[in-house]
Design a protein around this ligand. Structure first.
Ligand code: OOG
Ligand code: NI
Length: 481
């Protein structure tokens, strides 16, 4: 850039009038989510097949279940369904993670939750970047499961140092992307041209690169320690490794997959099928084997391969309260204990049966989930008028002035995530890392605390009830308690 242009840029940054026309972070996120999906379609053609399959299953489900269609129309989820996706990436250093947080902040995405994957033999810990307010989630629910490699869990000191050296030398963001993130921070927003440029610049970070940054020997050494380490360390950046659409019927989608030439993993992660879906159910199919050119001797490239990218679909159900989540964790552990550990190809049918039996103890209708405080809900007015002044919320619900709808789970599940990692890492060996949760270390690397998802669900639930009470209070002339 010429110096006089740089001067103009600096002048524009300092110009307060610029702050008038910022693009909303929700809009930037929606653009970015769309751009990622288009990029992934061109990189992994099977993803397009998956989108097609999910769209078909969703249309069939909505046609066959008008009560579900009506519920999703009331909560607004039906409008976001077609654009709903999550992605996943893995970064290598604290600096990369901290910059990722700054970049996602431009799109209104904050780090929510802490996930420790080390007990499952995956040397990472993670968070989910996502929108937090229900209105923003409605505009674009795009989320990214983001994992930080934990080199400190690698026992081979020489390899650990080599990996750290390789990672220290790479730059996963373009200079321009970071410049625009800094501008967002100092101005409090980005104008239209900046926002569009930002999306295009940040997209580069998540691209697949067919050229490794290391030799085939180094790759093999990293891979020998853990496949995940090779995936993070040997490449230029954190390629998006999957993009997951949301289906309304994961069992139907799973059954349809082989008919379309997609071979899904044997077991759907998460709770069993239910009338009232809770949390999250997920299934994935294997990574593609992709040709990679490694740095060879005398500048000659050496050809090898790597498997990084895979496909996944998910069905989302109601978010659980701490009490509901404790019951979920208890029943899942029970099922896994009874079938001696994590489910696999060989015991899939028996595991499904056991899971179903264990989860019989989890109430399966919304009235019961609501009454027992097991799940979060969103309250709305039914339209019935003449509510008695001063009536409490319970009475207003019982008398049909206020109804409640399940509040959808926006997050992830550590045991499920471990299952997804493992099935796609492909190797049977499951190195055990001792229980090693370290939220403090993760937050230190991130440069900020992660948000507590329970607080977010509670806030949304509270806001919806307060709005109902206020509206009814305005009708009766008295604000209800
Ligand atoms: C992330 C695996 C976890 C999910 O949906 O739980 C995940 C990864 O493989 O990087 O995507
Ligand atoms: Ni996923």
């Amino acid at each position: 850039m010429h110096d006089f242009m740089r001067a103009i840029v600096i002048y524009r940054c300092a110009e307060p009038a610029m702050s008038q026309n910022f693009v909303s972070p929700d809009q930037i996120r929606a653009w970015f989510s769309r751009a990622m999906s288009d990029m992934y379609k061109s990189e992994v053609p099977l993803y397009d097949t998956l989108l097609d399959l999910v769209a078909q299953v969703n249309a069939q489900t909505l046609a066959a279940r008008p009560e579900l269609a009506a519920q999703l129309a009331r909560t607004g989820e039906i409008e976001r369904l077609d654009i709903e996706r999550h992605g996943a990436i893995r970064v290598g250093t604290a600096e990369e993670l901290a910059n990722m947080r700054r970049v996602f902040a431009v799109m209104g995405m904050r780090p929510v939750g802490y996930y420790d994957l080390s007990p499952a033999g995956v040397p990472v810990h993670s968070t989910a970047f996502r929108a937090t307010h229900e209105a923003a989630l409605q505009a674009s629910p795009f989320r990214v499961f983001t994992s930080l490699l934990r080199l400190e869990l690698i026992d081979d000191a020489a390899l650990r140092e080599k990996a750290a050296r390789i990672l220290a030398a790479r730059r996963i963001f373009t200079a321009r992307a970071l410049e625009l993130a800094a501008r967002f921070e100092s101005q409090g927003g980005l104008g239209d041209a900046d926002a569009r440029e930002f999306v295009a610049e940040v997209l580069h970070t998540f691209r697949w690169h067919g050229e490794a940054t290391v030799s085939l020997d180094d790759y093999r050494e990293l891979h020998g320690q853990h496949r995940l380490i090779a995936d993070v360390v040997a490449f230029k950046g954190p390629h998006i490794n999957h993009l997951t659409p949301r289906t309304l019927d994961i069992d139907a989608a799973q059954a349809e997959m082989p008919r379309r030439g997609v071979s899904a993993k044997a077991v759907i992660e998460g709770p069993p099928p239910r009338n009232c879906p809770i949390l999250l159910r997920q299934t994935s199919f294997k990574a593609l084997e992709e040709a990679v050119s490694f740095i060879g001797a005398d500048g000659q490239a050496a050809v090898g391969s790597h498997t990084a990218r895979f496909g996944e679909i998910e069905q989302r159900g109601v978010a659980l309260t701490r009490k509901g989540r404790a019951l979920y964790d208890h029943l899942l552990n029970l099922a896994r204990g009874r079938s001696s550990g994590a489910p696999h190809e060989g015991n899939a049918a028996a595991y499904r049966q056991t899971l179903q039996e264990c989860f019989a103890a989890f109430p399966d209708n919304y009235a019961e989930l609501h009454a027992q405080g097991l799940a979060y809900f969103r309250y709305s007015l039914t339209g019935k008028t003449g509510a008695p002044a001063g009536a409490d919320s319970r009475t207003l619900i019982e008398q049909g002035y206020i109804r409640y709808e399940p509040l959808v789970y926006e997050d992830f599940l550590p045991v499920s995530a471990a299952g997804i990692f493992q099935s796609n890492l492909g190797d049977k060996t499951r190195a055990e890392y001792a229980q090693n949760a370290s939220q403090a270390a993760f937050e230190q690397a991130l440069g900020a605390p992660v948000l507590d998802e329970m607080t977010l669900y509670q806030d949304t639930q509270d806001r919806s009830l307060a709005a109902c009470l206020q509206a009814l209070g305005a009708q009766t002339g008295a604000v209800a308690a």
